[in-house]
Design a protein around this ligand. Structure first.
Ligand code: ACO
Length: 311
């Protein structure tokens, strides 16, 4: 009966075991996962754009090769995640349509422009650093295909984070102008990186239920704090100043205190009014339309083969 199935589901969650695609699951669990995984997949795909902006202008062959590899990795992450969402019955074409019609979200962070080459380094350091902080616990998410996909994604993200930090270290050893570029990029990306973790816990409608289902393992504020604590010493080692005068070690809490995040900016960005939202979606829509002939050819090829198999 439905009750037995639900009890079995609850037991799997309580024992920290994994839910697999063929297992019974509550509708809400499935819906939440599709929402989160689709949003995550879209973020990887849209996230290719800000950095791809610099591929043709990378300052050396080495930097270009690294950046190309990184942007290709993001495409791969998007594809693993779409596959994970498909195991829940989501349709990939439909997900893409929902993205380009703004019916499904993608991360706020990719709606900011990349103005100079130091942005490539700062995205690796801060944006991918924040992504790792948020995603490592998702390797223990209760849904099997998502958790397993995250293991590989996190390994690649860790390479992305390191290439960014190494790029910035190199620039900091360069000219005064290069150091200023790194500081400028840090000033622009710091606050948006903190917003990646989502709204504060008291204003996060999904956290409590997602924690109960062990889809999420930590709250938004816990992960944000972990990121701040981990990043302050990295900024010191780099020699840049994080743009927050209230940033200070709090001995009592054993954590860094930090200033108030501008949540009105966050809300603007996630409702479509960030600096690059329109550009990002227009680009994605164009790429989808330009790819129509590839999808048609692939479908015709598949149909021909299945016909050959039958006759
Ligand atoms: N950007 C855009 N939307 C966001 C963001 C953000 N940074 N943070 C939260 N939201 C949205 C949520 O999707 C939710 O909207 P919805 O109900 O319409 O779907 C709403 O704001 C409220 O937030 P929460 O209740 O806190 O939502 P949730 O429990 O899903 O937590 C979080 C948000 C932490 C982002 C979670 O979904 C998550 O961990 N996702 C997986 C990681 C991910 O998507 N990373 C993408 C960027 S990293 C990268 O690609 C390099």
């Amino acid at each position: 009966s439905e009750q037995d199935l639900e009890r079995h589901f609850d037991e799997i969650i309580a024992r920290d075991q994994r839910i697999e695609p063929r297992d019974w699951m509550p509708d809400g669990y499935r819906k939440t996962l599709v929402r989160q995984i689709a949003q995550h997949a879209h973020s990887e795909i849209i996230g290719m754009q800000p950095e791809a902006n610099w591929i043709t202008r990378a300052p050396s062959l080495r930097r270009k090769a690294i950046l190309l590899a990184k942007v290709q990795d993001e495409a791969g992450h998007g594809l693993y995640l779409y596959s994970a969402a498909e195991t829940l019955g989501a349709d990939r074409t439909e997900m893409t349509e929902k993205l380009i019609d703004s019916r499904q979200k993608y991360s706020s962070i990719f709606n900011y422009p990349t103005l100079n080459f130091a942005d490539v380094g700062v995205i690796g350091w801060l944006v991918d650093g924040a992504a790792i902080c948020n995603q490592v616990p998702l390797c223990r998410s209760s849904y099997g295909p998502y958790a397993r996909g995250m293991v590989r994604i996190c390994k690649e993200e860790s390479f992305h984070q390191r290439q960014g930090y190494e790029l910035l270290m190199t620039m900091m050893r360069g000219t005064e102008e290069q150091r200023q570029m790194v500081q400028d990029a840090t000033d622009r990306w710091w606050w948006p990186s903190l917003m990646m973790f989502g709204p504060p816990d008291h204003d996060s409608p999904n956290t409590a239920q997602s924690m109960e289902w062990k889809i999420k393992r930590h709250t938004n504020d816990e992960l944000r704090q972990r990121f701040v604590d981990m990043t302050v010493p990295q900024a010191e080692a780099l020699g840049v100043t994080l743009p927050d005068p209230e940033l200070a070690w709090n001995d009592e809490r054993g954590h860094y205190d930090f200033g108030e995040i501008d949540w009105s900016e966050f809300k603007q960005v996630i409702s479509g009014n960030g600096p690059c939202n329109a550009q990002r979606l227009a680009h994605r829509r164009r790429a989808h339309e330009d790819g129509a002939w590839v999808r048609e050819a692939a479908a015709a090829h598949a149909a021909k083969h299945s016909h050959a198999a039958v006759s």
